[in-house]
Design a protein around this ligand. Structure first.
Ligand SMILES: [Zn+2]
Length: 499
């Protein structure tokens, strides 16, 4: 069993999103009991002591975007909640937020219960669930309220793509966003113009383009940027906070940066793959290599994209990092060997996100260690209302902690990763920044390359609505920013008669 419930981490540099300091950290019963210099618990007997001298002690990563064992495009993702969370902790992530996605016409609550039923017996670290709104009715509206009040769901995702499957139209978006606002939820969008993609795909096929490059060609950047702008506009019309998942292009990121500068409450989530690799792979001669990179929105062929997104992330134009971990092995991807539209969309990231962001962000000099913590856990915890329980090392916080070696390197490879999928889109990448020890829920689950996880040890984390980080501005605007009528004397003159 992996349960020394008392752990003393000695002499490391504790890194939170606001500051770093040399300190010991004492953990007991799954919680941080004390943070301070030279901590001396009454008796050391039964306490696991970890020397972290010269290392960083950081809050465990929160991956805001995974799809484990997701039934999609005729198959299901190969990493389930066990394999997926096991890989997560091996990479220094101690919480994931997955998506319960009902089909059109189906109950949101049933979808939530189904996903929770899959996750509970399998998760090796804590998790939570966003719920998708894939259609609109009074029942959906009512169920969103029940999920927010009783099930701990404060984030709802709407798809502007996947026409005829999950896509909702602008009017449905308006109603879903309005409902999110009523119940204190955060509206999330997959921002791509689904109508244009469907037409673009037909055009590519008519040109004889059936391979993975067609996937990108039928949905160029502007298709993402246009939908992002539309979502920002609709959310602003109802004063609802917006969270744009998987921001993949420079032009979509610019839309979000501009909206933030105009004062709109919008957050952007780039993903590990978008920060660590690019869409030139769709033109690779090996079909399976190219297909492994297929996801929606696609990685962009402009090779300056990853660095651009990282700079925006460093400067708070973008806010958090997820992965959209949605893995299919080569034989599953091959469902689309003759038609790129049938290649299951998705790729890996849950295990490698922390190292990729450290390498491309911190090691490269674009962001500092505190911003790294902010974009890998703290801001996600604030937006989704679980801060400082998560995303911070402080007395009373959950004992989700990683001892991080910023100097060590590792080479990412499908041969050595812990995911079930047979391909890794970061294959061969050398990353500085290696997790030495991962503590999840007060248990050492990974230490010096050895996993010690137990399926079902993770907990479902319920999240209350009306997160202050998001909603204090929103509610204040409702108070003071409403338009008011002009006081006038009534018009008493002549009115034309209409016959
Ligand atoms: Zn996704």
């Amino acid at each position: 069993m992996s349960s020394p419930s008392k752990i003393l981490i000695k002499g490391g540099k504790v890194v939170n999103d606001d500051c770093s300091f040399i300190s010991d950290v004492y953990i007991e019963g799954g919680e941080v009991k004390d943070v301070g210099v030279n901590l001396r618990p009454a008796k050391l007997e039964g306490i696991k002591v970890i020397d972290a001298t010269g290392k960083l002690v950081i809050p465990g990563g929160i991956d805001t975007h995974t799809h484990f064992q997701f039934p999609f495009m005729g198959t299901h993702t190969i990493d389930d909640f066990y394999q997926g969370t096991k890989a997560a902790v091996a990479g220094g992530t101690t919480m994931i937020i997955d998506f319960a996605i009902p089909n059109k016409g189906c109950s949101l609550i049933e979808a939530f219960n189904t996903w929770k039923g899959w996750a509970d017996p399998k998760v090796c670290c804590d998790y939570s669930l966003h719920v998708a709104v894939t259609w609109w009715s009074d029942k959906v509206k009512e169920e969103m309220g029940i999920l927010a009040r009783e099930k701990g769901v404060n984030s709802f995702k709407m798809f502007m793509a996947y026409k005829d499957l999950f896509m909702v139209n602008d009017n449905e978006l308006y109603h879903a966003f309005s409902r999110c606002k009523d119940i204190g939820g955060i509206a999330q969008v997959h921002a791509e113009n689904g109508d244009l993609i469907a037409e673009g795909a037909k055009k590519m096929l008519s040109l004889g383009i059936t391979g993975p490059e067609g996937h990108e060609l039928c949905r160029p950047e502007e298709v993402e940027a246009e939908a992002t702008q539309r979502a920002v506009t609709i959310a602003n019309a109802v004063n609802c906070p917006l969270f744009v998942v998987h921001v993949m292009s420079k032009s979509a990121a610019k839309v979000i940066a501009n909206a933030r500068r105009e004062g709109k409450v919008v957050f952007g989530e780039p993903i590990a793959a978008g920060l660590g690799t690019d869409g030139t792979h769709y033109w690779h001669k090996d079909w399976s290599h190219a297909a492994a990179h297929v996801m929606g929105p696609p990685l962009r062929p402009d090779p300056t994209t990853p660095k651009y997104l990282m700079n925006l992330l460093a400067n708070d134009d973008l806010s958090v990092t997820g992965t959209d971990n949605c893995t299919f092995s080569t034989c599953q991807k091959a469902l689309g060997k003759d038609d790129f539209r049938k290649i299951p969309n998705g790729l890996n990231g849950v295990e490698d996100r922390m190292s990729v962001v450290w390498e491309k962000g911190v090691h490269s000099g674009i962001m500092d260690e505190n911003r790294f913590v902010a974009v890998t856990s703290s801001i996600a915890a604030k937006i989704f209302n679980m801060y400082p329980q998560k995303g911070k090392i402080a007395k009373g916080s959950d004992a989700d902690i990683v001892i991080w070696d910023p100097e060590a390197t590792r080479t990412i490879s499908a041969k050595t990763h812990h995911q079930a999928v047979n391909i890794n889109v970061f294959e061969g990448m050398v990353c500085h920044g290696v997790p030495l020890v991962t503590i999840a829920g007060g248990r050492v689950v990974y230490e010096n390359g050895v996993l010690n996880v137990v399926a079902g040890h993770g907990k479902y984390i319920p999240r209350k609505p009306f997160s202050d980080y998001v909603y204090s501005r929103i509610l204040q605007r409702d108070e003071v920013c409403q338009p008011v009528p002009v006081e006038r004397k009534p018009y008493t003159g002549e009115v034309v008669q209409i016959k």
